[in-house]
Design a binder for this molecule. Sequence first.
Ligand SMILES: *[C@@H]1O[C@H](CO)[C@@H](O)[C@H](O)[C@H]1NC(C)=O
Ligand SMILES: *[C@@H]1O[C@H](CO)[C@@H](O)[C@H](O)[C@H]1NC(C)=O
Ligand SMILES: *[C@@H]1O[C@H](CO)[C@@H](O)[C@H](O)[C@H]1NC(C)=O
Ligand SMILES: *[C@@H]1O[C@H](CO)[C@@H](O)[C@H](O)[C@H]1NC(C)=O
Length: 255
Amino acid sequence: MCNKIIIRLGIFVLICCKFWFLVLDEIKTVPPSKKKRVRISLRLKDATFENTFTNKHSSEYKDLRNKVEDALKDILNSKLGKGKYSIVDVTFSNGSLIIMYTIEMLTNVKTSEITDTIMEQNGTFAGYELDKAYVKVTDKGKVQYYGQFRVPDLIYLTDYATETSTKYQTLAGEVKTKLEGVYRNDTKVGMKLIAVSNITFTKGSVIVDFMVWVEDVITVKTMTDIFKHLDSLKIGGKPVDLKSFRLSGVYQKKK
Ligand SMILES: *[C@@H]1O[C@H](CO)[C@@H](O)[C@H](O)[C@H]1NC(C)=O
Ligand SMILES: *[C@@H]1O[C@H](CO)[C@@H](O)[C@H](O)[C@H]1NC(C)=O
Ligand SMILES: *[C@@H]1O[C@H](CO)[C@@H](O)[C@H](O)[C@H]1NC(C)=O
Ligand SMILES: *[C@@H]1O[C@H](CO)[C@@H](O)[C@H](O)[C@H]1NC(C)=O
């Protein structure tokens, strides 16, 4: 009889403790040194992607960024509270229009709660139709960046379009090696490179498109700065036009 009571009491205390820890976990705030980075990916069905959206200095980028930042702020202010987060990066990519936000949270809110709040917007976002099946909010995972740059003095060869040709493989091999050198693991910026892949060449003189996969959050600005701070990147012996560099990022779709 007495044993039973003690066991029941023990279970009760255990349950209470567990509950209390859960509550603590929910309400504790993250110290500024431990800002939690979260990425939010949305797809707008009826918005049309324009190449100018990848150029952060263009007025088209700025206009759209203002519009979608305001829409996200409306949602986050209600969920996280004003001043409890900052939007550090916004990028756009094609399909119809994919937006990727990187935010820094000063408060602990589950990513699923942010997802739920976005879903409660009745399928609209910034006046566009939201693809509800695509909404992704995560604080971990891989990001794939699509990059492009131009090598003005390099002469385009038709073989560059054929991935099995020796000419393609030599040049693509060089691009891969050099980009792996550019985006090498670096604890200072938090870079953990997974791979450089999907290298293609198009005419004009030679335009190089590539994909770079990284672990965890690196902002597009950092990815761009790392590239632009190189002073002498050469491909095929010819200098790369650093000003031609473009990059946008999207999450890896969960398999
Ligand atoms: C976006 O993707 C669509 C479908 O693949 C394509 O038709 C369109 O040209 C792309 N837009 C740009 C600006 O690349
Ligand atoms: C979504 O629709 C419901 C029901 O019509 C409404 O109560 C709610 O306010 C709407 N939410 C938004 C964010 O418009
Ligand atoms: C770079 O970081 C990734 C992810 O942590 C790891 O898998 C890879 O082995 C690292 N590469 C090197 C050369 O250290
Ligand atoms: C990258 O290349 C792989 C293998 O060639 C292919 O399966 C994949 O669809 C490509 N990804 C993109 C985004 O182009």
